[in-house]
Design a protein around this ligand. Structure first.
Ligand SMILES: [Zn+2]
Length: 244
């Protein structure tokens, strides 16, 4: 399971010089907007599309598939990532709060990466969102985005854990954590989220009691298969911890 749905090394991004000419057509959203994509590129990153397009299903024969639950805008971002390994932006944004790609856009991309088994895309989103919340240190994910993540992602999802950990570590110092939405609608956050955030808050308090400063580490949210892999990543990524 782990090996089939494992991270690909960034240097393994397929080259157009060696890619085959076959393409697949993916239509998305109820409007069925069509995207034509190099098959080798798609199946390189996604176990789901590898199974669909190279197995014995009708989709493999026709090289066509429809994803009714994916928005066009999300798939546009996915195409950017698939071809360029990053989300491109046309503007320079000096104010970090004026991020052209705030964390909530990436949540839908992460859900796509989860549903269609694209571990590298999930890692890309984690890296982006971790850095977003590092830069913008007085913001927390809003309730309806948390609810979306909790309704669409499995319990073990690192993005869910990142959101609840973020609340836990910032709650004591962040005066805007209680939003208007929360005051008006106390049921706006999923129970699972609240319990996880409370447990983490208790863990953080224990760490602080021992005289250490609690922090969130990027690699806690990567899906490293083992410690060695994690160590290599930690030496390379150079992204600092999120502190309370
Ligand atoms: Zn890592």
């Amino acid at each position: 399971m782990a090996s089939k749905n494992a991270l690909r090394k960034p240097e393994d991004h397929p080259s157009f010089s060696t890619m085959g000419q076959k393409v697949a057509t993916i239509t998305v959203s109820p409007k069925k907007k069509a995207y034509t994509i190099r098959l080798d590129l798609l199946v390189h990153y996604s176990e789901y599309f590898r199974a669909a397009f190279t197995g014995s299903f009708k989709e493999a024969e026709e090289k066509k598939i429809h994803l009714s639950d994916v928005e066009e805008s999300t798939f546009d971002y996915f195409m950017d990532w698939l071809y360029y390994t990053k989300i491109t932006t046309s503007q320079e944004h000096k104010d970090p709060k004026d991020d052209p790609h705030p964390y909530y856009i990436f949540v839908e991309l992460y859900i796509l990466g989860d549903k269609y088994q694209i571990p590298n895309l999930r890692k890309y989103v984690i890296d982006h969102n971790f850095q977003y919340f590092l830069r913008v240190d007085d913001v927390l994910p809003v309730p309806h985005i948390i609810t979306q993540a909790y309704e669409s992602l499995p319990e073990t999802s690192p993005l869910r854990r990142f959101f609840s950990d973020l609340y836990s570590i910032r709650l004591s110092s962040y005066f805007q954590a209680i939003t208007v939405e929360m005051r008006e609608k106390p049921s706006c956050l999923p129970n699972g989220f609240l319990v996880e955030a409370l447990i983490k808050a208790s863990d953080i308090r224990d760490v602080a009691k021992k005289g250490k400063s609690p922090a969130l580490k990027l690699c806690d949210y990567h899906e490293h298969p083992d410690n060695e892999d994690r160590k290599k990543c930690e030496e390379k990524h150079g992204i600092t911890n999120i502190k309370g």
